[in-house]
Design a protein around this ligand. Sequence first.
Ligand SMILES: [Zn+2]
Ligand SMILES: [Zn+2]
Length: 145
Amino acid sequence: MSEAAALTGRCQCGAVAWRAPAPMLWAALCHCGDCRRAASSDYVSWFGVPRAETLWSGPRAFYKSSPKVVRSFCGACGAPLSFETDIFPDETHLYAATLDDVGAYRPTAHIFWSERLPWVRFDDALPKHPKGLQHAAAQGAALLK
Ligand SMILES: [Zn+2]
Ligand SMILES: [Zn+2]
């Protein structure tokens, strides 16, 4: 992986950093209740990267938020860092807000739009899928690789 083709990011305190190859596999804004609670945020700007090629440094902590899902966060500052699920075993999902270069992020869709908070408003033209990635893909959306 060349320097130019790498995505990099870090937590709030800088103790944990990650590095993954570009381009992102997909990029979408998730409004589901699980993501919202895990991040304490109105919604989460996610993207996917190849799990085997994603490198981590620093004191990460892990939380199994459901039987098939492990989320990680910084063990020092607590910033949320990743989502991994057995449903997408080759992918790690990262928070766009942790990117060193946030300009590298171009979301292509909203997912779990049906669960959005009442005060969340968007006037973009992106597709707004009522459910998640798998459901959107089943409807023919090009969210997945
Ligand atoms: Zn930290
Ligand atoms: Zn979600």
